[in-house]
Design a protein around this ligand. Structure first.
Ligand SMILES: [Zn+2]
Length: 102
């Protein structure tokens, strides 16, 4: 599998974690508001829940060679973009994203 394909998978997992976390937190806030009618209780609990899901479900996108976390590289630049915008090498170690990795 190509290095780029691994990174695209990680980007998808990160987005999925974000969406699931947001949906579940929203649902819990709604339920708590219905039960307690208190925003002071419901919103912080929803926020904590979102943070927990996001940090556990979302996998950080990182270089398989050096472990550099692609925080400053938007996910779309790994997959899309013109050849000028798309990144082809790890910004940290210079490993080619089109090389094969296991
Ligand atoms: Zn690297």
């Amino acid at each position: 599998m190509k290095h780029r394909e691994h990174l695209i998978k990680a980007v998808k997992k990160e987005i999925l974690g974000w969406v699931l976390g947001a949906l579940l937190a929203f649902f819990v806030i709604e339920v708590l508001l219905f039960i307690t009618e208190s925003k002071i209780i419901a919103i912080p609990i929803g926020g904590i829940l979102f943070a927990l899901i996001y940090t556990s479900a979302a996998q950080k996108v990182k270089c398989l060679v050096c472990g550099y976390i692609y925080d400053e590289v938007p996910g779309w630049r790994i997959k899309y973009g013109t050849s000028r915008k798309r990144i082809n090498y790890c910004p940290h170690c210079g490993e080619s994203l089109d090389g094969e990795v296991n």
